[in-house]
Design a protein around this ligand. Structure first.
Ligand code: SF4
Ligand code: SF4
Length: 322
């Protein structure tokens, strides 16, 4: 762990992220961005080099992993095929779900989805989620002896990449512009706010999205396009309230990095993870993932049961109020 603590730059990651700032602003390029344009590039290199010491993890994070990262972009067709926005939404979602995506949503582009120092004016963003196997992720934290939980993360980043690249090509073939965005490295598109706007879920206390079916057990990719589409709406199903009472992730986090109360971050009150506390443990354990697997919503089938319990409690509360 000491090597990661020693590599922490003078500037706190929390300051870069805007912790405590009251003014609304876009996010600054950070940890997963190209090392040269951000403050924590050396630390990123140390963390990823450490992961690549595991042959099993390295194989899946290589440029040519098992199963591949998907096709190269095709030429955009010269003429645009015509359909209503509602019909394009139906076709695009069907295509995505038949081509490796497990969940998909659409949001109108918002400048707040774009990192500072980047420009991105495509009118629509389609966000894709792919599930990670619960039992594999439950072996977190990964280690050199048992890297399973890191391997499933890498494998599903690759599936998410394939899903968005196939969808991109499908849209290009219909005559519209499209561009694929895949992780784990970042560039212009800040995927979490886009995914929330696209109805994929709500932000949880552990700083990841919680989807009503998959919990936090999924990875994301996206496609931006000028195809005429319609926006989904944010899916609000009570996570804010649930996280206020639940402490499963914050109690399980070894370096105690998860704040139990919302924090002011770039002008918005939101759940936030202390980057400076998380990252040395994340680095040492080849990717940690404890908080996302300890989240009760991440258990297969749990979302439906929790929602039904919450609804029963709400109706009992209503009866008691009468
Ligand atoms: S990834 Fe690990 S160290 Fe970081 S917040 Fe989650 S549980 Fe804590
Ligand atoms: S473990 Fe509990 S507090 Fe943490 S994100 Fe999940 S529901 Fe919220």
């Amino acid at each position: 762990m000491q090597q990661f603590l020693d590599a922490m730059p003078e500037v706190s990651g929390n300051s870069v992220n805007g912790l405590g700032e009251s003014k609304l602003r876009r996010a600054t390029p950070f940890f997963w961005h190209p090392p040269k344009i951000q403050t924590h590039g050396e630390l990123q290199k140390l963390v990823t080099d450490h992961q690549h010491k595991s042959k099993e993890i390295s194989k899946h994070f290589s440029p040519t992993p098992p199963g591949g990262r998907g096709p190269d972009p095709v030429e955009q067709a010269v003429s645009k095929k015509s359909a209503s926005a509602a019909e394009w939404v139906r076709r695009i979602k069907t295509f995505a779900l038949e081509n490796e995506a497990d969940i998909v949503g659409i949001a109108r582009m918002d400048p707040m989805f774009v990192y500072e120092e980047y420009e991105l004016n495509d009118p629509w963003v389609i966000v894709i989620g792919v599930a990670m196997d619960h039992d594999e992720l439950a072996q977190a934290p990964p280690s050199f002896e048992n890297p399973t939980a890191a391997v499933v993360v890498a494998k599903e980043y690759n599936r998410a990449a394939r899903a968005c690249r196939k969808l991109t090509n499908h849209i290009l073939e219909q005559g519209y512009y499209a561009k694929a965005w895949q992780g784990p490295y970042a560039s212009a598109l800040n995927m979490i706010p886009a995914a929330i706007a696209a109805g994929l879920g709500e932000l949880g206390k552990h700083g990841s999205i919680i989807n009503r079916e998959l919990g936090s057990r999924f990875r994301m990719s996206a496609v931006t396009t000028d195809m005429p589409l319609l926006s989904d709406v944010p899916d609000e199903f009570g996570i804010d309230d649930y996280c206020t009472r639940c402490q499963a992730c914050s109690n399980a986090c070894p370096p105690d990095a998860i704040f139990d109360e919302k924090q002011l971050v770039r002008g918005v009150s939101k759940w936030y993870v202390d980057f400076d506390k998380c990252i040395p443990y994340f680095g040492e354990t080849l990717g940690c993932a404890i908080c996302i697997i300890k989240c009760p919503w991440s258990r297969p089938g749990a979302g439906e049961k929790i929602l039904s319990r919450l609804q029963k409690r709400a109706s009992m509360h209503d009866v008691n109020q009468e």
